[in-house]
Design a protein around this ligand. Structure first.
Ligand SMILES: *[C@@H]1O[C@H](CO)[C@@H](O)[C@H](O)[C@H]1NC(C)=O
Ligand SMILES: *[C@@H]1O[C@H](CO)[C@@H](O)[C@H](O)[C@H]1NC(C)=O
Length: 256
């Protein structure tokens, strides 16, 4: 009973010309509410006593309206906020006192990011800040513009390979591995391959040559022809020789 009485502290510095429209300041168990008048509005600030921490908004105001702009906060046991560690465990879940130190451990398959310990300070904060537990698996990676990746497994240790669309070449790291929740390298880039501009045909001869170069079927035919010669054991020298003979024959025919 005595304990409750002592802890039930409400200090209100009532403003002399109190604005009647503001509702009465509520009591906060284990906390102190300080009321000030600033720039025509009434400002309430809640401070928790030693061994308790604040949950909710620290300050709230009442100006011309008849309500406080935020719900009145509460003071809960524990000098610092509960050390919540999703996918992990703090060394203690008991309410903490000033200068208590706790350590953190993540569940299997999670990696700790931040400090593995923290201390509760007089100003109700944890220092260093509370860490987080991050999954060791990676999320699906992004795709570069004009590119895509190959691989279905994004778990820790798995690899993926990047490819670019036709006419694009890859700049960056092609193979990437998921290491403790992060891909080993930055996303590669697919760059357009700069093609040399095609020459514009000039003379009739160049036009013919150009047409010849453009003619894929003819090229294919010549390729096949050369291939067949090779298969028959003819050397380039022999081929050249037989073509020379063909040429002479043709010239003789034209002259006659
Ligand atoms: C009351 O205070 C709030 C918060 O500062 C402000 O957004 C609002 O405009 C004020 N209302 C009036 C009537 O002054
Ligand atoms: C609390 O105190 C520590 C050390 O005195 C300081 O570094 C930190 O900024 C303070 N935090 C807040 C919210 O005032």
């Amino acid at each position: 009973m005595v304990f409750r009485f002592v802890c039930y502290l409400v200090v209100v510095w009532l403003i002399s010309a109190s604005d009647e429209s503001c509702p009465e300041v509520p009591a906060v168990e284990n906390g102190i509410i300080v009321i000030e008048e600033t720039e025509g509005q009434i400002l309430g600030t809640c401070v928790c006593i030693k061994g308790y921490h604040l949950v909710g908004e620290k300050t709230f105001v009442c100006n011309a309206s008849t309500e406080w702009n935020a719900p009145v906060p509460t003071c809960r046991p524990g000098h610092c906020p509960d050390p919540v560690l999703v996918n992990g465990e703090p060394s203690s879940l008991d309410p903490v006192s000033v200068s208590d130190k706790i350590t953190f451990k993540c569940n299997e398959h999670y990696i700790l990011k931040g400090s593995s310990w923290s201390q509760c300070l007089a100003n109700h904060t944890w220092m260093p800040p509370l860490p987080v537990c991050k999954s060791r698996d990676c999320g699906p990676p992004g795709n570069p513009a004009h590119g895509y990746f190959e691989g279905k497994d994004f778990n820790s240790g798995s690899t993926i390979t990047y490819h670019c669309e036709d006419r694009y070449h890859l700049v960056g790291t092609r193979d990437q591995q998921c290491i403790d929740g992060e891909w080993s390298s930055a996303l590669p880039v697919c760059e357009l391959i700069q093609e040399a501009p095609k020459p514009t045909p000039q003379t009739e001869f160049e036009k013919a040559l150009f047409a010849f170069q453009e003619n894929k079927e003819l090229c294919k035919a010549i390729e096949n022809f050369v291939q067949r010669l090779k298969e028959n054991g003819l050397t380039m020298e022999e081929l050249k020789y037989s073509l020379e003979i063909k040429k002479v024959e043709l010239e003789a025919k034209m002259l006659s």
